[in-house]
Design a protein around this ligand. Structure first.
Ligand code: SF4
Length: 401
């Protein structure tokens, strides 16, 4: 089944936090996506990837994560949603989420995102304690977080925002039950409809890993970490939050539909540097650098995105032909061990489409003319599928050496 969800990665941040090993590009504290050449260049590639993806049914959930997506202007966010809408369509009532960093947006920018179609926000708070935030290398402070939460509440009251979530980290250096209890109290007082509480994990290559190695990071001992987790559960469930996933709590009706997709096995598209997708049940990680991503994307022209060797022949054929670049039939039939005469048989069968200019055979590449051929693709694809089903009933020749 084709996925109905998409994750889009925005890899830019102002700076790299000390615990973070995500594929991010720090652009400096004053950087703004609207004026950054690096951001513009990346968005061109991202649009290209989405526009040339196999496409599929309208998306029911979209998640713009990062990185710091709130470094983008509302026009840049609208541009991403538009290209998704053109390629897939957006289902009525689709959940369209955006991650926001408290110090990288204001109320006007939020209004712009909501006008662009965003209806759910995930606020990367992590802590209310200024000392802890500084220790994490975060750019925002507790006051920024409280102010941002106020804007989100106002947007909800106006009916412009369906829901929002607050992220917190537990198990931080010098955390104990008393100060964590205080943090949870602050979070509950802000009344976020959804809360994600993640455990700090020390990742290779981070500042925190180096500090831990030199004995300069006082992490809570294991039994205290378990107590902190119990305390989280007790405080949040007492405040009316349902614990619907190990790190996620929500008031009734506010569980993230996008999160559920990750866990349900329904599959999702992943777009952008470092993004992981699992279309049709196969997990695929994108290159983690912009150069690697650009190279990988250029190679997709040779073999359309999604047309993996592991995919059944008929699926590769269908996915390839639904892309503007079409499909390299020589390579595909070689991989499948088809004989030249069998391929000629298919071409003959599709002769009417070729004579009308709807199917173009350009050397080894077969593609549907754009837009008329693509508009009629169902007829061509049905014919191809029928041909393949007939062929499958016959014993196949041995694959070429
Ligand atoms: S803002 Fe988030 S993605 Fe960016 S460096 Fe910090 S933790 Fe990583």
């Amino acid at each position: 089944m084709d996925p109905r969800s998409a994750y889009v990665h925005i890899p830019f941040c102002h700076r790299r936090c000390f615990y973070c090993d995500f594929p991010v590009v720090p652009l400096g504290d004053r950087a703004d996506g609207a004026t950054s050449g690096s951001v513009a260049a990346y968005l061109r590639l991202l649009h290209q990837e989405i526009a040339t993806s196999p496409g599929g049914p309208p998306l029911a959930t979209v998640y713009l994560g990062g990185g710091t997506p709130s470094m983008l202007s509302s026009a840049q966010v609208a541009g991403i949603l538009e290209v998704l809408a053109r390629r897939f369509g957006l289902a009525p009532g689709a959940e369209l989420s955006l991650e926001l960093d408290p110090a990288s947006f204001d109320e006007d920018r939020l209004a712009g995102y909501l006008a662009a179609g965003i209806n759910r926000v995930s606020l990367g708070g992590q802590s209310f304690d200024d000392g802890v935030l500084a220790d994490l290398g975060r750019r925002h402070r507790g006051a920024d977080l409280r102010e941002a939460a106020g804007w989100l509440h106002r947007a909800r009251r106006r009916g412009a925002l369906a829901s929002w979530s607050l992220d917190l980290i537990q198990g931080l250096p010098r955390q104990n039950t008393a100060n964590w209890d205080h943090q949870l109290g602050e979070a509950i007082a802000l009344e976020p409809p959804h809360l994600s509480v993640y455990d700090l994990s020390i990742e290779p290559g981070t500042v925190f890993e180096r500090r831990l190695a030199r004995g300069d990071l006082a992490l809570p001992p294991e039994d205290l970490a378990a107590d902190l987790m119990d305390l989280t559960w007790a405080r949040l469930t007492a405040a009316g939050y349902g614990h619907y996933e190990v790190s996620n709590y929500a008031l009734p009706g506010h569980a993230s539909r996008h999160n559920r997709v990750y866990w349900s096995g329904a599959g999702w598209w992943g777009f952008g540097v470092g993004a992981t997708g699992a279309p049709r049940g196969r997990r695929r990680a994108h290159p983690r650098t912009r150069a690697g991503y650009a190279e990988w994307l250029a190679a997709q022209g040779e073999e359309p995105a999604g047309a993996e060797a592991g995919m059944p022949f008929d699926e590769r054929l269908m996915v390839g032909l639904r892309c503007r670049e079409g499909v390299n039939m020589d390579r595909l039939s070689r991989q499948e061990g088809l004989e030249e005469s069998q391929l000629e048989g298919l071409r003959e069968r599709l002769g009417a489409y070729e004579r009308r200019g709807l199917l173009r055979v350009e050397g080894p590449r077969w593609r549907l003319a754009d837009p008329q051929g693509l508009a009629l693709s169902n007829g061509v694809l049905r014919e191809m599928l029928a041909w393949w089903q007939e062929l499958e009933r016959e014993p196949l020749p041995a694959p070429a050496a």
